[in-house]
Design a protein around this ligand. Sequence first.
Ligand code: IPE
Ligand code: IPE
Ligand code: MG
Length: 254
Amino acid sequence: MSAEPPYTDNELAERGLLRDRLPRHVAIIMDGNGRWARMRGLPRVEGHRRGVTSVRAVVEECARLQLDQLTLYCFSSENWKRPPLELELLMSLLRTYVVKERDEIMRQGLRFGTIGRNDGLSPGILKEVQQTIDLSASNPGMRLCLALNYGSRTELVDAMRSIAERVKAGEIDPAAIDEAVIASHLYTAGMADPDLVIRTSGELRVSNFLLWQISYAELWVTEKHWPDFRAPDLHEAFHDFATRDRRFGGLSET
Ligand code: IPE
Ligand code: IPE
Ligand code: MG
């Protein structure tokens, strides 16, 4: 079975979308798995399981819309505070996802990657992640980036340490440190900043996600819990994004 083909301009128009008004890079804070399960009298982990179905649907839709990049917040550096049993299941789901979706990632021609610290992730997960990264490295399609064991503050700590090391080694003159130098030492080096951040489940916060990179991103929040999120919700976010007047501190052109 081949992957669904990209949408034509007509198919986009039928969905009320215009190609040049779509965000190029979308980042999603996939929240509310626990609440989704609790509302149904199910254990929290059932929400995480169902959340994987939403991940599949959203990855496929973003690929059909030919976005440049989709970044998914899967596990934060603060999520280690959760009970051991939930952590165990989250790690097992992550590993299964990376292994089971490998074929799909290849079929859709996606370029897979991750951001976050390796410390704390099991060698088993890291091995599967690396295998998928290597296998998909020369794919031409959308970049699919999973934020795993990711925290923006640890990212800034790691960046500052590595810049300091290079200053100490005489490779960088402190006076030459500018925004581009800092950006090139983040986990996201070489990636464009997100244009749009989506958060499910209604919380109005960014929870330590891409603090540097989302300086000028548009934010869109839905009350829907992540396991209920599907392509039409993505379209709703994109319709709203298309109406935003992004000024980047300047003046509106209209
Ligand atoms: C998001 O759902 C998944 C992760 C953070 C791993 P939650 O588990 O945070 O669900 P709620 O917010 O408790 O409902
Ligand atoms: C953010 O959700 C992290 C992920 C979606 C992976 P959280 O549920 O951890 O965020 P808080 O605790 O509500 O801020
Ligand atoms: Mg949450």
